[in-house]
Write a protein that binds this ligand. Structure first.
Ligand code: SF4
Ligand code: SF4
Length: 344
């Protein structure tokens, strides 16, 4: 299976090809060795590492109870509506916020790789030169620069997660891995989830389910819940919207459900992509095929729009309005009318 890189991504450098990773789907080339080494890397103490771009505490929407959500960087999909575009590449990236920039030129002066240029239009960071060293962040008077993605070891992330253990116990919550696609860091996931479970902490993942069977099953074995996205019911339109086919996603989803795992399928409802009555009927057929009788509908939103500018990415959904409540309810009713327990 070919994994399409984000052709619209000016930050895509040759040193960091964004491939499926160690849970490879047959597409890894020699150029990807650096990233594979990174994905399997361990720190001096032998701890598996992953690139984390956020740890969000007290989340109420990412599994049962109060949860800590660990966001891992890197994803084999390129959903055109992605709300976290900084999560797509596995390598770290510098984000620049135009409205905070004072155009002082400090970043140009300190960059050791001459990666930054300043013009009347603001700064531009050359992704071929920038290695995300972070030197430009220090001393930026407008705090206009941010580095997305930092390599962190399991023990480090585990310690952060366990700070909220009392809240998990009181609320029936726990820890959720999200991204990006957490399964591109399988060693890290297995180790972190295993240690959490050993302490009695509930574990969950938000995943595309696009991984090899071996990786998917190995990580699933450490999970109490799986939240799996289904982006389209039609394989060709799935590939057009995400860059990848859906065969392996459906196979992994069906296998997890058949194995008795607690799986919740979620559908992002995207205007003009999968929001028609025909789409709802198509999804119902797919849900039946994988053995799911419940589905959560996730209405499209524009929370990620500003992030595209910070990365100098084009955004296909710029200005696209959210769906109305009436339209969403009619969409939901199509599921309900076919015996699927659909909810928002
Ligand atoms: S150092 Fe900060 S404020 Fe100054 S030009 Fe660079 S990004 Fe803008
Ligand atoms: S992160 Fe480092 S290499 Fe990249 S622009 Fe800033 S100073 Fe230059």
């Amino acid at each position: 299976m070919a994994i399409r890189t984000n052709l619209r991504d000016p930050n895509e450098g040759t040193a960091d090809k964004d491939v499926a990773g160690p849970n490879d789907l047959g597409s890894v080339t020699l150029d990807d060795r650096d990233e594979l080494r990174a994905a399997f890397a361990r720190d001096a103490a032998g701890e598996p590492m992953a690139r984390v771009f956020n740890i969000q505490k007290f989340s109420l929407n990412d599994g049962p109870g109060i949860r800590t959500v660990v966001f891992l960087k890197g994803c084999p999909l390129r959903c055109r509506w992605c709300a976290n575009p900084e999560s797509q590449l596995r390598r770290p990236q510098i984000q620049w916020e135009r409205r905070s920039c004072r155009q002082c030129g400090h970043c140009v002066a300190v960059c050791p790789h001459d990666a930054v240029t300043l013009s009347h239009d603001g700064i531009r960071i050359d992704p071929e030169r920038c290695d995300a060293c972070g030197m430009c962040l220090e001393g930026c008077p407008g705090h206009a620069l941010n580095r997305a993605g930092r390599r962190r070891a399991v023990a480090d992330v585990l310690a952060v997660c366990l700070q909220d253990e009392p809240f998990y116990q009181e609320s029936g919550g726990g820890v959720t891995l999200s991204g990006g696609e957490p399964l591109v860091w399988p060693e890290f996931c297995v180790e972190l989830l295993g240690r959490l479970r050993a302490r009695g902490v509930d574990t969950c993942i938000e995943t595309t389910a696009l991984a090899s069977e071996e990786v998917f099953d190995r990580v699933s074995a450490q999970l109490d819940h799986l939240l799996i996205d289904m982006k389209h019911w039609d394989p060709a339109r799935h590939e057009a919207g995400t860059g990848v086919g859906d065969e392996r996603i459906l196979a992994n989803t069906a296998r997890a459900i058949a194995a008795g795992k607690d799986v919740l399928v979620r559908i992002p409802v995207i205007p003009g992509f999968n929001d028609s009555p025909e789409d709802a009927r198509g999804f119902c057929r797919r849900l039946r095929e994988v053995g799911a009788s419940r589905v959560q509908l996730l209405p499209f939103h524009q929370f990620g729009e500003s992030k595209y500018e910070t990365l100098e990415y084009d955004y296909d959904y710029a200005g696209v309005p959210s769906l109305s409540e009436d339209a969403l309810e009619a969409y939901r009713q199509t599921f309900v009318g076919r015996g699927v327990d659909a909810f928002f």
